[in-house]
Design a protein around this ligand. Structure first.
Ligand SMILES: *[C@@H]1O[C@H](CO)[C@@H](O)[C@H](O)[C@H]1NC(C)=O
Length: 418
């Protein structure tokens, strides 16, 4: 089993493109940066997994995040996440860097709100539970112990870096981590007309209770996208009405009993390990507090009956996350009427419909379904070109728990053989 804690942690600051930019612009802007950075960070042939936090600053064309409901932001933000994660996977395949595997990288993306002047009064610097979108002041005050901050060359990158360092040093006696500059490609800013980014037609509902489900074995980029989108869909409390009900995110994690027949089943992680890794990931993109443990409460509930085993993690007064062991594809979505939204990946659309059919039978309100894109290798590689097919396989392998298990078994056998 790979170690649960990873060292060291670096930060990459990326300026965002204009809302609705084409995939080609995104590749042009970020690819070179990733190609330069990834091989530098890894320690191949060791057990170490280096973590890289990627903070993408929202450009002025995005609606300022706390001013509109998260469900309205969902479409453009999930697209930005899906495309960037796809590009990360493609670059890792090309540069032969492992992802979420010993000797490789663990990359996590969140969004930085830099337009602090446009936020409602009192929010800047105080949004410690607003991830995966966090204002730059709050982020800097959290002062995560990064070993290095990587920033991109050029005017926009320098401006962003300066704002972060200034915020970081606003508390006397605190120096920011060392900085290194990386090359970046030209950002072709040509918004594509076909991508209407913000969902403006019709009313949008804010959701306080959102669910997601999965196996979450050997957490990889596909899981990370899904979990980030789930946290995104849960509306943070409005600080001006502190009596609002706290948020609940329900993460259904398949019980061990359903996984015994999986391929390479001997290296499926036990439920408690899958739960802990999932929780550790969610915390890293949700909570931006200088002393996370001081606001965290963890309860272990183990009751008989379906969905009775829960690890419930509560942060401050605003949000709880139920990590629930599930023994069927529905989990709490058909036992808890209060859940109002479900986040799924494009591959599991049928599952979402099945949940809503059951809820209709019970006379319950249907869930709003939020879909995340399937990660797509063609974002950055041509599968018909040269060793394209091999790279494509390598891409797929990075987002497949089965492939990760197979490789782990092979590595153990190889080392046992001497
Ligand atoms: C979340 O966990 C709490 C504590 O065990 C439980 O009372 C509640 O019903 C759970 N909610 C859902 C939606 O599973």
């Amino acid at each position: 089993m790979a170690p649960l804690s990873q060292e060291p942690v670096s930060l990459l600051l990326l300026p965002a493109l204009v809302l609705g930019s084409t995939t080609a612009s995104l590749i042009s802007a970020y690819k070179k940066t990733f190609e330069t950075l990834f091989p530098r960070l890894v320690q191949p042939n060791t057990q170490a997994i280096s973590r890289l936090d990627v903070a993408i600053a929202l450009s002025p064309s995005y609606p300022p995040s706390p001013n509109i409901p998260r469900s309205a932001l969902f479409i453009p933000i999930q697209r930005l996440l899906a495309e960037t994660y796809s590009l990360i996977c493609a670059v890792a395949a090309e540069t032969k860097v492992d992802l979420d595997f010993p000797g490789g990288l663990d990359v996590r993306i969140f969004l930085l709100e830099t337009r602090v002047d446009e936020l409602p009064r009192g929010l800047s610097g105080t949004q410690v539970l607003s991830g995966p979108v966090v204002d730059i002041q709050t982020f800097a005050l959290a002062a995560r112990p990064y070993t290095t901050i990587y920033s991109v060359e050029g005017e926009v990158g320098e401006g962003l870096l300066r704002s972060l360092i200034t915020a970081w040093q606003s508390k006397k006696s605190r120096s920011a981590p060392p900085v290194q500059r990386l090359p970046s490609g030209p950002a072709i800013v040509q918004p594509s007309a076909s991508q209407t980014a913000v969902h403006e037609d019709g009313p949008v509902t804010s959701h306080k209770s959102v669910a997601v489900g999965g196996t979450f074995d050997h957490l990889h980029i596909g899981h990370k996208l899904l979990l980030t989108a789930t946290v995104l869909a849960a509306e943070p409390s409005n600080p001006s009405s502190p009596t609002e009900a706290p948020r609940l995110v329900t993460v259904g994690i398949t019980g061990d009993a359903l996984l015994v027949n999986k391929k390479y089943g001997s290296v499926v992680e036990p439920w408690s390990v899958r739960q802990q890794r999932t929780a550790e990931f969610i915390e890293s993109i949700l909570v931006f507090h200088p002393d996370v443990s001081s606001i965290t409460k963890t309860e272990h509930i183990d009751q008989p009956g379906p969905n009775g085993k829960i690890v419930r993690v509560t942060y401050g007064a605003d949000i709880s996350i139920n990590y629930t062991e599930i023994s069927d594809p529905f989990g709490p979505t058909i036992t808890d009427e209060g859940i109002s939204a479900l986040v799924i990946s494009g591959e599991t659309r049928a599952g979402g419909n099945a949940v809503n059919d059951k809820r209709k039978e019970k006379g319950w309100k249907e869930l709003e379904i939020f879909e995340v894109d399937v990660l797509d290798a063609s974002v950055a590689m041509d599968k018909d070109e040269g060793d394209g097919r091999k790279k494509q396989e390598s891409f797929q392998g990075k987002i497949s728990s089965t492939d990760i298990r197979r490789r782990l078994l092979e590595t153990t056998r190889a080392s046992a053989a001497g």
